[in-house]
Design a protein around this ligand. Structure first.
Ligand code: HSE
Length: 432
């Protein structure tokens, strides 16, 4: 029998416990695991749960130091005490399974160095994409490829919100509350809606795909708070949907050791594979040489799906322990160990096409002046549509050709100075 210690009994913790307590019809290895202890902040809060209350403890350290426990499953979320407990578990020679993207995105190097020294595994399938297998494919199944790009919808909450806004014209705040009730959202909604959770996830995927350390603070992130029903409607009329994309892209040619790494709302052509990913689902499109494109799709958040990934990690460890013996020193096999930090291209230097919506006074010469500001900053336009508003005002929806972000921003700065401009209502990048 293999003893497992769970840290945390929140949404994913409960899902994990449910799978482990109901092994019938699943892989027989699940019957060889016993959840010995579950660490919680308050035992009182879990009194009503149907489980042997003896396994609950508020002493989290007693789990990571229990000599009988060989696998510690960290599902507390947040940075501390999660990071310290993971490190203590490793130092005590335990294998660790975690779904904690925030900790892994920031302390991966420290945690993996400690794990390598002790010869234990740290598996993180639940950290990205909920129930979608993406970590193991990037580490192993796609390992023979040169990865060119990883583009994902990796936050279920924001995808759910954008889908509801788009399908029902629903209001941002109401949909966020619903997502929280459904157990998709992080305790602090900023992490989802400001793109921080997606930035954690893409930094983990990029590190695996491109084989280098990523400094989490190098990931540019912008969330969906400013996305309005108006932009969703105009985007639809132009042939796009708006999605929060997490993008990691290698640069070919001279800058081949540089990566683009960013999270932002994006206009995605309706014909693109990521355009039809709706609700809480996630999808990750990986492009590699010689593979071409492969897309991983499925439920990206929630109790059951994330627990499915967590339990499969526990199972993989048990399978290895069974074949090597519990005392064996394991090589964290097939996970690339990195020596260098990836250079990240600053967002100002990245080329994109841009959508922008401007409110102007509807008077002679206004469009000409705006066109001049774009032209003087090397911004070439794909389309410009004027929609009449009330009271002598007009709304202009402009889509540019690909241009370095700094030039587009400079053009907007000079447009802002024009007397005819009332406001620049939105600026959204377009996926090429
Ligand atoms: N809050 C996250 C999401 C949960 O919405 O995707 C999974 O990491």
């Amino acid at each position: 029998m293999y003893y497992v210690g769970l840290l945390g009994l929140g949404t994913v913790g409960r899902g994990t416990f449910e799978i482990l307590s109901d092994p019938a019809g699943r892989n027989p290895l699940l019957s060889e695991m016993i959840v010995k202890k579950i660490g919680v902040r308050s035992i009182e809060k879990h009194r009503a749960l149907q489980l042997n209350q003896q396994v609950l403890t508020q002493d989290l350290d007693s789990i990571v130091s229990d000599p009988e426990i060989s696998i510690v499953v960290e599902l507390l979320g947040g940075l501390e005490p999660a990071r310290s407990l993971i490190l203590k578990a490793i130092k005590a020679g335990k294998h660790v399974v975690t779904a904690n993207k925030a900790v892994i995105a920031r302390y991966r190097e420290e945690i993996y160095a400690a794990a390598q020294e002790k010869g234990v595994y740290v598996l993180i399938e639940g950290a990205v994409g909920g129930g979608i297998p993406i970590i193991k494919p990037l580490k192993q199944s796609l390992g023979s490829n040169r990865i060119q790009s990883i583009i994902g919808i990796v936050n279920g909450t924001t995808n759910y919100i954008l889908t509801q806004m788009s399908e029902n014209g629903a209001d941002f705040a109401d949909v966020l509350t619903k997502a929280q009730q459904l157990g998709y959202a992080e305790a602090n909604p900023s992490s989802d809606v400001d793109g921080l959770d997606a930035a954690d996830k893409i930094s983990i995927l990029a590190s695996l795909g491109f084989g280098g350390h990523i400094k989490r603070e190098d990931v540019y992130s912008e969330g969906i708070r400013n996305i309005t029903a108006t932009d969703i409607n105009y985007a639809r009329r132009l042939g796009y949907v708006i999605k929060l994309l997490a993008i990691a892209r290698g640069n070919a040619g001279e800058d081949s050791d540089r990566l683009e790494l960013r999270v932002h709302p994006t206009l995605v052509p309706q014909s693109h594979p990521l355009a039809s990913i709706n609700g809480v689902n996630n999808a990750i499109l990986v492009e590699g040489d010689p593979l071409g494109q492969v897309m991983f799709y499925g439920p990206g958040a929630g109790s059951g799906p994330t627990a499915s990934a967590v339990v499969s990690d526990i199972m993989n460890i048990v399978a290895i322990l069974k074949s090597h013996g519990t005392g064996a020193t394991l090589d964290p096999l097939l996970s690339r160990t990195h020596q260098h930090y990836c250079q990240i291209t600053p967002i100002e230097e990245i080329e994109s096409s841009f959508y922008t919506r401007l409110i102007t006074l509807d008077r002679p010469g206004a469009i000409g002046q705006i066109g001049t500001c774009f032209g003087e900053n090397n911004v070439s336009l794909q389309s410009l549509v004027q929609i009449g508003l009330e009271a002598n005002q007009a709304e202009l929806v402009v889509v540019s050709h690909n241009v370095k972000e700094q030039f587009f921003r400079q053009a907007l700065e000079s447009i802002k100075q024009l007397e005819a401009i009332k406001s620049i209502s939105s600026v959204i990048r377009v996926l090429d």
